[in-house]
Design a protein around this ligand. Structure first.
Ligand code: CO
Ligand code: CO
Length: 323
């Protein structure tokens, strides 16, 4: 965020990744072979069910650690709750959902803080560990790398339609499952093959996050619309202009950074910039490691991954989108 850039010019040599990078987490070196990876995220409900909301918020908070190839170990709950408007059972369900997900991730929740707010808010501050030489950054992409996306797009549009009461319970179940799926297995697969660049797809949409990756690596990219996994109902809602505000802002932001093939529709542009909650990883994989990574993703039951394009040489860091 722009406002952060003027704060805290840190000159501690143990800060391996800090404010001046666009990376998913901060990284602080403790010893030559151990560093802390830290991140925080919280937001208002994206689904009606409080337990599911808790699980989604937890999966989303852990995701930045996974994107950097770290292993999350502990977390603190961050809670806002309107205790004058909602029964405490709702809060209990949110926390249960979060703690169930944390347990699945083998992360210990060791504390937290609650304040009174107008609407519920939930998320976590997460601490992980990583080897200082094995940090997977936005800036590590190399020309020729294949781009692999591990979850389908459309979460922002579908949850917006959900808020308007326009989706069936089957679609709600599907999007909830996508959001509560941890990026843990995908991350472990990439760590095992030794990947240098990755990010997770969240509020900035696929193209926003891909652009961050390209610009910090000094490369361009090409992606193919036909290869990008999407939640199938998303196309109908995009054509009916049921679109989150964040997605429209993302599209505006990337306009001069993307070269669209003529056949790419306005709806497709919306889907490719859709703001995600707890989206997938976008992994940059060198050609000689590709087969091994794809095998591992399959072995670890990552269900919706696909090779969506590749990294190109381009000092202007443009992203080409083709059919
Ligand atoms: Co991130
Ligand atoms: Co984040």
């Amino acid at each position: 965020m722009q406002v952060l850039h003027h704060l805290n010019k840190v000159d501690d040599p143990n800060v391996l990744v800090g404010f001046n990078a666009v990376d998913d987490c901060g990284v602080y070196k403790l010893t030559d072979d151990l560093a802390l990876v830290q991140t925080v995220d919280y937001f208002p409900p994206v689904v009606d069910d409080p337990y599911d909301f808790g699980a989604i918020a937890c999966a989303n908070s852990l995701s930045d650690i996974y994107a950097m190839g770290g292993k999350p170990i502990s977390a603190l709950n961050i809670v806002g709750f309107p205790s004058n408007k909602l029964p405490l059972e709702v809060l209990e369900e949110i926390l249960k959902g979060g703690s169930f997900k944390a347990k699945e991730a083998e992360v210990s929740i060791i504390g937290g803080h609650t304040i009174k707010t107008k609407e519920p808010l939930y998320g976590m501050s997460v601490t992980g560990v990583i080897h200082p030489q094995k940090i997977v950054k936005n800036s590590g992409a190399e020309v020729g790398d294949a781009l692999i996306l591990t979850k389908p797009l459309g979460i922002g549009i579908i949850t917006t339609a959900l808020k308007q009461g326009k989706i069936s319970s089957d679609v709600e179940k599907n999007v909830t499952e996508i959001m509560t799926t941890l990026n843990k297995n995908a991350s472990e697969a990439m760590v095992e093959v030794g990947i240098k660049a990755c990010t997770d797809i969240t509020g900035f949409g696929l193209l926003g996050h891909l652009w961050e990756l390209c610009s910090s690596s000094g490369v361009g990219a090409k992606i193919y619309l036909s290869r990008i996994p999407t939640i199938k109902e998303v196309w109908d809602f995009a054509s009916k202009k049921i679109i989150p505000g964040g997605t429209l802002a993302n599209l505006k932001f990337v306009e001069d950074k993307v070269v669209w093939e003529e056949r790419i529709s306005e709806d497709a542009k919306i889907v490719l910039t859709d703001a995600q909650t707890s989206g997938g990883l976008l992994i940059c994989c060198p050609e000689d490691k590709k087969e091994r990574l794809l095998d591992l993703l399959k072995e670890k039951n990552v269900s919706n991954y696909n090779i969506i394009g590749k990294i190109l040489e381009d000092k202007r860091c443009k992203i080409k989108v083709e059919m």
